[in-house]
Design a protein. Structure first.
Length: 202
């Protein structure tokens, strides 16, 4: 087996999946190559996901060859039990409605990180998502220091009762939206993708 090849998945309890950001953006050395454990777990996420978008296979090849790892972002795709409404956050940072979510921190796995993002942004008590990702995608980004990196997005599905009280973060409204009447066109693609996937199931 060559030095750039990924060994078969065989760890019963792999180390936590961490994002690839290791330093300060703009430092010239903030992004580092993925470790073998990161590659194992990214591959497992892709293999188990209900849907994959973007050239994930090519991105994994680049990481295997030693390319720097970008951020791993996790999203909570929240619907009511009848799957007629979706829960979205009007993110102050992005300026549009999208699912609750955030970056996977050092020492976390995507599956373990997403419930915390849901609690933080909506106030919903800790909930358990479907174990397999609903979607894995990848986007190529250019860092301010010029580094070209692949950012992986991982979405997990949650079912939450519409009656559960919502406690949004200051300046970031949270609301249920009908699948048939999603937010205005400026909605971030992750919100639009969630609605598209729900519509396709019907």
């Amino acid at each position: 087996m060559g030095p750039d090849e990924i060994p078969p998945l065989h760890h019963a309890e792999p180390e936590p999946l961490v994002h690839g950001f290791r330093g300060t953006s703009g430092s010239g050395s903030g992004w580092e190559p993925a470790g073998l454990d990161e590659l194992h777990q990214l591959r497992a996420l892709v293999d188990e996901a209900a849907a994959v978008e973007g050239d994930v296979a090519r991105a994994l090849e680049r990481l295997t060859a030693g390319a720097p790892t970008g951020q791993i972002v996790t999203w909570a795709w929240v619907t009511d039990p009848k799957r007629r409404e979706v829960l979205l956050v009007d993110h102050a940072w992005f300026g549009h409605w999208e699912p609750p979510g955030g970056g996977v921190r050092r020492g976390e796995r995507a599956l373990g990180a997403v419930p915390g993002e849901l609690v933080e942004e909506t106030g919903i008590p800790p909930a358990v998502p479907e174990p397999a990702a609903a979607l894995v995608d990848v986007v190529r980004n250019v860092d301010p220091d010029g580094a070209v990196v692949d950012t992986f997005g991982v979405a997990y599905a949650f079912t939450v009762d519409r009656a559960v009280p919502l406690v949004p973060e200051p300046g970031q409204p949270v609301a249920w939206w009908p699948v048939s009447a999603p937010p205005p066109p400026k909605a971030e693609p992750n919100g639009a993708r969630l609605v598209r996937h729900l519509t396709a199931e019907r």
